[in-house]
Write a protein that binds this ligand. Sequence first.
Ligand code: DQA
Length: 148
Amino acid sequence: MTCSLLILNGPNLNLLGTREPQIYGYETLNDVAQLCHEAADTLGLQIDFRQTNHEGELIDWIHQARTAHAGIIINPAAWTHTSVAIRDALTAVALPVVEVHLSNVHQREAFRHHSFVSPIAVGVLCGFGVAGYRMAIEYFVHVFTNKK
Ligand code: DQA
């Protein structure tokens, strides 16, 4: 069976490319999706790449992942710093989670230094721009390969 990852993106990430490019870069969300698909194809994984501006929708997708995916890569965007509900959903489905941020949130405003997700994540990648997504996919390949 091919291993499948759910890659989730939170609010405002649909605006990548034009949104504060000095912080988030010039790549669009489509560019990020393409990078993820190329990495997954090369590494022999399936991915489902999604973005939403609606917290409940993201939570529904996390619940559905329980039976459909082997792990979750999530950039929760602003919900990182606000959402107990997303953290609880991730804990409830009990899948390994890697948290990704394009920017180095620790170099930024103090309110971005706290993450509700980090304590329940396997690891956090932040500050590597879009490459963080590829690194997260590579991490899962490493884990899945060592499990075989
Ligand atoms: C972000 C960092 C968050 O603080 C912010 O709210 C975002 C994007 C990042 O990818 O750097 O929307 O998650």
